[in-house]
Design a protein around this ligand. Structure first.
Ligand code: NAP
Length: 249
């Protein structure tokens, strides 16, 4: 059975992406940093789809822990066919109050982790490409960026910068790893998760007024996009914007 590693899959988008892979018949490595119980619940739900799971605690901003995560997936499943670099943190601080340490922490978790996990998975994804031959979409990497990569953000410059970096990292890796491994990125708009649960009613109303679809996104909307990119054999180096029409490019 093919397999996937989804970083930060204890909650939110990562949880929905992991469950989508499970529903589609992939063994799945579920990664948490602090939410072990939630990750184990994701694994239980994934196994209801008849797939195997492994639950791995790892801070993916640490290259050694990122490598451990990939190794655990390989040991359990015999290989890795897809990697989704989803783990991320956000922080609302004006630039004048933002410390270099906080800037680095957000960069480490949001971008450097994608680099570390990708490096750790690369040889295994190349092996997956050999197994796949010419007949299907082959192995892939999908990174999770943000609409803020385009717009910037007044109180979270480090978050927006980290998400911008993921767009160019994606294109660079799509060139680096071609033709065997496709690399794409999803740029979500406003999705209802713990990360966005701090909005006031007034903020929500203002945000919704800017979204032509008239609703917030759900984690499953992003899982749909990731599943499309996983299966789209002629798509690489691409950014898929999933934002209800908030930003039309
Ligand atoms: P969330 O609900 O806060 O979940 C974040 C996930 O990342 C959790 O599973 C968390 O694990 C994990 N994580 C955080 N730091 C980690 C680390 N150092 N190592 C491993 N895992 C770590 O956030 P979300 O809304 O699902 O966001 C997921 C991704 O989508 C992020 O990259 C985010 O920037 C991006 N995104 C979200 C939105 C949105 O509107 N929600 C919009 C655009 C982009 P633990 O709970 O186990 O610590």
């Amino acid at each position: 059975m093919p397999s996937a590693v989804v970083t930060g899959s204890s909650r939110g988008l990562g949880r929905a992406i992991a469950l989508r892979f499970a529903r589609d018949g992939y063994d799945i490595a579920i990664n948490y940093h602090t939410s072990e119980a939630a990750a184990r619940e994701v694994a239980d739900a994934a196994r209801d789809h008849g797939v195997e799971t492994t639950v791995v605690g790892a801070d993916v901003s640490d290259p050694d822990e990122a490598a451990d995560l990939v190794d655990r997936a390989v040991d359990t499943f015999g290989g890795v066919d897809h990697l989704v670099n989803n783990a991320g943190i956000d922080q609302h601080v004006y630039t004048e109050n933002l410390s270099p340490e906080d800037f680095d922490r957000v960069t480490d978790v949001n971008v450097n982790s994608a680099f570390a996990c990708t490096k750790a998975a690369l040889s295994h994804l190349r092996e997956a490409a050999e197994r796949a031959g010419d007949d299907n979409a082959g192995p892939s990497i999908t990174n999770i960026s943000s609409i803020l990569a385009y717009t910037g953000a007044a109180v979270e410059c480090h978050y927006a910068a980290s998400k911008g970096a993921l767009l160019s990292l994606t294109k660079s890796h799509a060139r680096d790893f071609a033709p065997e491994i496709r690399v794409n990125v999803v740029a979500p708009g406003h999705i209802e998760t713990d990360m966005t649960s701090d909005r006031t009613e007034a903020e929500k109303e203002a945000e919704l007024a800017e979204i032509p679809r008239g609703r917030y996104g759900q984690p499953e909307d992003i899982a749909d996009a990731v599943a499309y990119l996983r299966d789209a054999g002629f798509v690489t180096g691409e950014t898929l914007n999933v934002n209800g029409g908030e930003l039309m490019r």
